[in-house]
Ligand binder design. Structure first.
Ligand code: NAD
Length: 471
């Protein structure tokens, strides 16, 4: 049989993954028409905005979209048309953790995946390769196949692939240009392998062959959960050690450096912090916990749950350190929180540690000034409202101020809390900040970002994750 040639791609979901991933495919494959569809009109409008005010901030994304949009890259709310004309469809919709219902708190909410799959089955008039791009529990592809086959028209066949995305927000474009690996899972039937070859052919336009890994469907699905769980586990491990450092006088940077020198361990992803955030790590581990429980493997479930529990502990430990250091009360005191995104170089705030810290400070009746260089103010208000659903937004606004610069946030504050590792926080004029703060002035560095010696010399009392407090 002749190899399947992909000429039209549709991506369902124009979010942090679908948008950048398929924009890069369009850039690298000018012969393929790529249409990214989404039900969210505002998001699609932003992708199409004449002045490229894109809905997500990601270094380098703007240039990619400028080069391909209107040429072979299109954004639309017409999901049906996108499905109908494509020969390969990515399903890149959100897969949050269920917040209510049976199995709530752990299970992945696959409602969006199911609705998108049903739409494909209903609309498709020709055979399609359907690619699971969303992160899903192991064997979700089987459910998708059942739904597609039960609802398909005669002469339509669907081949399902798993192609999880490993990009990291903040470096998404660099990751997509030069991925560590592209993983494609398929059924090991002739049809499955042909579909796999077709998708590998798309990536082969810019990804070296030896970086395109082809495996079985279930291995591919599980590998994505496993990769995120192991990355998060590394962070929780170093954070657990940071608590010991603070209590003993060891320095977490030195410990990480020494440990990372072991070639079996390696130096990457060993930076202690106030805790991991983002939409994926916690969700994917909870997914693994749920999967383990449903497979009657409670010890395995407990093992992975500890990674999330450690992360929660780290955030709370940091909040407590702020309160303890400020003479055991922050009531009526002003705290400047620098950074609201879950990490630098993104405007994404999902599961950001900053939200937990601010909520803790609010519950201790402090005033909080927030500054983040990328997160829109509306987003911050929405996140704070969601974090405290029983508190009216007007009450929140009495306690919280969103500022337009770091300097403004620090004025008349007792303490500065660094919650996100934005580079610009290192370039602040700290002498000027000190001059405008109440004394004694404290800095709590939750990201190992600032030069502790320099700040101490200026007059600050500096508290850094993983180091004992400076006297
Ligand atoms: P997102 O919420 O930013 O985007 C998902 C989009 O899908 C939304 O815009 C939503 O409106 C749209 N959508 C939902 N149902 C739809 C439907 N039936 N038809 C059309 N559009 C629909 O989510 P994201 O961050 O892009 O994540 C997508 C998936 O990729 C998730 O499973 C996530 O776990 C996974 N993932 C995310 C990252 C990351 O860094 N964000 C990295 C790797 C994998």
């Amino acid at each position: 049989m002749a190899p399947i040639k992909v000429t039209k791609i549709c991506c369902i979901g124009a979010g942090y993954v679908g948008g950048p991933t398929c924009a890069v495919i369009a850039l690298k494959c000018p012969h393929i028409k790529v249409t990214i569809v989404d039900l969210n009109q505002a998001r699609v409008d932003a992708w199409n905005s004449p002045d490229f005010q894109l809905p997500i901030y990601e270094p380098g994304l703007d240039e990619v979209v400028r080069a391909a949009r209107g040429r072979n890259l299109f954004f639309s709310t017409d999901v049906d048309k996108g499905i109908e004309e494509a020969d390969l469809i990515f399903v890149s919709v959100n897969t949050p953790t269920k917040k209510s219902g049976v199995g709530a708190g752990f299970a992945a909410d696959l409602n969006y995946v199911e609705l998108a799959t049903r739409r494909i089955a209903t609309v498709a008039n020709s055979s399609k390769i359907v690619v699971e791009k969303s992160t899903v529990p192991c064997r979700t592809a089987e459910s998708m196949r059942t739904i597609l086959e039960a609802n398909s028209k005669p002469n339509c066949r669907f081949d399902i692939l798993s192609n999880p995305e490993f990009l990291a927000e903040g470096t998404a474009i660099a990751d997509l240009f030069k991925p560590d690996r592209v993983l494609i899972g398929s059924l090991q039937t002739q049809e499955g392998l042909d579909a796999c070859a077709a998708l590998a052919g798309v990536y082969g336009n810019w990804v070296p062959k030896d970086r395109i890994l082809t495996v079985g469907l279930w291995s591919s699905e599980l590998s994505k959960l496993a990769a995120n769980a192991m990355l998060a586990q590394r962070i929780s491990s170093i954070n657990a050690l940071s608590a010991i450092c603070e209590a003993t006088g060891a320095n977490i940077d030195e410990v990480a450096h020494a440990v990372g020198y072991d070639s079996r361990i390696g130096p990457k992803f060993l930076k202690a912090s106030v805790g991991f955030g983002g939409s994926c790590f916690q969700k994917d581990i909870l997914n693994l916990v749920y999967l383990s429980e449903s497979l009657h493997l409670p010890e395995v479930a407990n093992y992975w749950r500890q990674v999330v529990d450690m992360n929660e502990y780290q955030k709370r430990r940091f909040s407590k350190r702020v309160v303890d250091t400020l003479f055991n009360t922050i009531t009526g005191k002003r705290i400047a929180v620098l950074g609201f995104a879950f990490k630098a170089d993104t405007g994404d705030t999902r599961e950001s540690a900053a939200i937990t810290l601010i909520k803790d400070f609010q519950s201790e009746r402090a005033f909080v000034n927030i500054y983040d260089p990328q997160v829109p103010h509306d987003q911050i208000w929405a996140d704070l409202a969601e974090a405290s659903p029983l508190t009216p937004i007007d009450t929140i606004k009495k306690q919280v101020t969103i500022c337009s610069s770091a300097m403004e946030a620090c004025k008349n504050a007792e303490a500065v809390v660094i919650a996100t590792e934005w580079k610009e926080f290192n370039e602040i004029n700290w002498e000027e900040v000190y001059a405008h703060m109440n004394k004694p002035a404290f800095v709590f560095d939750g990201r190992l970002l600032v030069d502790e010696k320099k700040l101490t010399k200026i007059g600050f009392t500096v508290n850094t994750i993983g180091r004992p407090a400076q006297e």
